[in-house]
Write a protein that binds this ligand. Sequence first.
Ligand code: SF4
Length: 352
Amino acid sequence: MYDMVCAMPQASPADLASRLLDWYDRNARALPWRSPPGAPPANPYHVWLSEVMLQQTTVQAVAPYFLAFLKRWPTVQDLAAAPLDDVLAAWAGLGYYARARNLHKCAQAVAALGRFPETEDELRALPGIGDYTAAAVASIAFGRPAAVMDGNIERVLSRMFAVTEPLPGSKPTLKALAAKLTPDHRPGDYAQAAMDLGACVLCPWRPDCEASHQGIAESLPAKTPKPERPTRRGTAFWAMRKDGAVLIRRRPDKGLLGGMMEVPSTPWREDLGAWEIAEAAAHAPAQADWRALPGLVSHTFTHFHLEINVIAGLVRKPELALGYWCPLDEIKTQALPTIMRKIVRHALSKAY
Ligand code: SF4
């Protein structure tokens, strides 16, 4: 029935799928991007936008962003026609800005096609759409029986089938199980139900759940331990002009926070500790008598912690500075990522 190397439940895939759908009919969460259980599929633009936003972010955090995006750009064509900086600014706070840039590129590709493609393969060919989003859009928006795998589904399947091999090595096994279980009937509702499954007490698969029977549910999915996050350190320059404007600049398109605006800083280095003012000044985008502001700005990215100390100064020759002089009252409307907003807040509270 399953042809897998893991513990097998008595129930057939069809039986498990239909039990899960019944459960979903009674327990589906109402979410702004969802259509109710059994109803015609949701708008592909809504499904795609929410799925991109939900990667690595919670439903609670995404809901206001999703509604704000739809209000401002009601169709994928509207989003495609928006200036990239507006999209990046509206995205600020959701993190992973490469996703926002890809979101914009993808909207343009879909607008050029005139519609969202319906199959996983065609969807995967669009910018920023990986296996997960392609399967989610194909199943939820177009009713295709695509096997969707997100973090929750990985957890549920590894418990249900007592898959003890650690992630990410167990991914192919879990994917094959997901494919086996995904029904032809209502695959979109099935995928959303699997994303929603959480508490064992209410779980419709409990009678067949191997990990539950063996008392090992809490220990699954097993994970290969991640290396510790290192700490990088940098110095940011709060460069001021006499009229109050401050210097910002655009980061290179490639790399972390690519294409976003930033408060200029030294490189972020890992092993040499904090920067002395004199050595930092060699990287300054303008000349000034720099003074250190008290305190530190900290931020955690996926792969490292960042500690920034900020130095401030009145720039001597503003016309030679490398960047853009932003009037102070406009700084909040810039497409500044969270770390840069923290630096701005810090500088505003300490430099004046
Ligand atoms: S019974 Fe609990 S551990 Fe097993 S599949 Fe359901 S929610 Fe997961």
